[in-house]
Design a protein around this ligand. Structure first.
Ligand code: UD1
Length: 421
């Protein structure tokens, strides 16, 4: 089985270039289903979630070319399939965006329920509510969702999400882009990838306003045309490298970032004693690895992202004093990595939504297993700061979302290699 072997204790130095945002590209690729004509998409990360999505779209009849690294030209004009391959759909979470895109383009869809990171129960009731309010007849079983036009047909409307959901916001934006009339989505999520999807769709002729606020308006258009679009840099990948430098120490220029997107993470690292310098599209991070305690509560954007919970927990594990980490988006997320960190010497006590992290002098290398993408990334950081050798197993989770992790960390001076039996 593939695994990473890490010899810890080396400070990180140099520069690292952040890839395109996973959570944006997994929405933008299905959005290409709505477009008549070729979409040239740039800054596409080479990660397994992208490879699976491209296989799904190709299987549905899309033409896909990769003229250069990081660029995908996708033309879905000839797609007629509304039933994407079930096995592939089950391999990743964001395949549920095929529902909204197919509903918008064809008025119907039959999509298996998604797989991906199961760090918590991840309901899709708000997605279904949105589709129904847009006029779809929805049949949902344990294994698939079937969508078709209801008696009155598909029509824009006002939808109020009961919970702030990234996935539901995106799915409704996808479907409503080609559904007649205006859709107003209240209590929408505001994450950078939602703005990025709106920018992509608007570049192709959609009429979406308000993305990035809690009310998004989508005026349905008859068709979308091809064009060129570059995906934003990955906020969480950047945050992961920043946390790695904070934890292991060093001085690294993190390039291709939007510093504004990083503020919630930057502030917490500064509180822990890390020096952070913002430039136009880069951040320099300096750390002597002597961190101070902090308090973090995860929240939807612009709050501290739940996808950075595990990485900041590793930073807390060796910080002086007692830190508190509260999860308010996915309550069971601690269980994906805290036991593994404890086996490396961390002192973490979990009570409900809050982990109390009592800083220890040192983590010690051990064999640990990734249970989801971000938990896996956090264990890599733990390995970088620990003494001795850490082996991280189940790295297929990590490779879903981090492009060239081993190469990027090696270029920063880390001792990490990928081993395969
Ligand atoms: C997205 C991200 C994921 C991140 C999460 C929260 C992608 C592909 N994935 O996941 O990396 O951890 O946002 O920032 O972008 N909920 C419901 N009903 C629903 C939908 C969600 O109750 O229909 C709840 C969830 O259980 C959770 C909260 O809403 O407690 C937020 O979930 P949501 O924003 O939908 O997360 P995802 O889109 O699955």
């Amino acid at each position: 089985m593939a695994r990473y072997e890490i010899h810890g204790g080396t400070p990180l130095r140099g520069s690292v270039t952040i890839s395109g945002a996973k959570n944006a590209v997994v929405a933008i690729l299905p959005a290409a289903l709505l477009v008549n004509g070729p979409c040239r998409i740039e800054n596409v990360p080479d990660i397994s979630d992208v490879r699976i999505l491209l296989d799904i779209l190709q299987g549905m009849g899309a033409s896909i070319e990769k003229p250069e690294p990081g660029v995908v030209v996708i033309d879905c004009t000839r797609v007629t399939q509304t039933r994407p391959d079930e096995k592939l759909v089950r391999k990743m979470r964001a395949s549920y965006y095929l529902m909204g895109a197919l509903l918008g383009r064809f008025g119907k869809a039959h999509v298996a329920l998604p797989g991906g990171c199961n760090f918590a129960s991840r309901p899709i009731d708000q997605h279904i509510k949105g589709f129904e309010m847009l006029g779809a007849a929805v049949e949902e079983t344990d294994t698939y969702v079937d969508l078709r036009p209801g008696k009155e047909g598909l029509q824009g409307t006002r939808i109020n999400l009961d919970v702030v959901s990234v996935g539901a916001t995106i799915n409704i934006m996808l479907a409503a882009s080609l559904i007649p009339g205006q859709t107003i989505l209240d209590n929408a999520a505001k994450e950078p990838h939602i703005v990025d999807l709106a920018n992509f769709l608007n570049t192709m002729g959609a009429r979406i306003s308000g993305a990035g606020t809690d009310t998004v308006k989508i005026r349905g258009v008859n068709s979308l045309h091809g064009g060129t679009y570059a995906v934003i840099p990955d906020q969480i990948e950047a945050g992961t490298y920043m946390a790695a430098v904070a934890a292991a120490g060093g001085n690294v220029l993190v390039k291709n970032v939007i510093p504004k997107h990083m503020e919630c993470i930057t502030t917490k690292l500064q509180e822990m004693g890390v020096k952070v310098f913002n430039y136009d599209d880069a951040i320099r991070i300096q750390s002597n690895a002597q961190l101070r305690k902090t308090t973090v509560k995860t929240r939807p954007y612009p709050g501290f992202p739940t996808d950075m919970q595990a990485q900041i927990c590793v930073c807390m594990s060796c910080a002086a004093g007692v830190s508190r980490l509260t999860e308010s988006v996915y309550e069971t997320r601690f269980f994906g990595y805290c036991t593994e960190l404890q086996s490396m010497g961390a002192n973490i006590q979990i009570a409900g939504k809050t982990a109390t992290v009592i800083g220890v002098e040192q983590l010690y290398g051990a064999t640990v297993a990734a249970h989801d993408l971000r938990a896996g990334a956090a264990l890599v950081i733990a390995g970088l700061m620990a003494s001795g050798t850490t082996v991280v197993e189940n790295i297929h989770f990590i490779e879903r979302g981090y492009e060239n992790l081993v190469e990027k960390l090696t270029a920063l001076g880390a001792s990490i290699r990928r081993l395969e039996d």
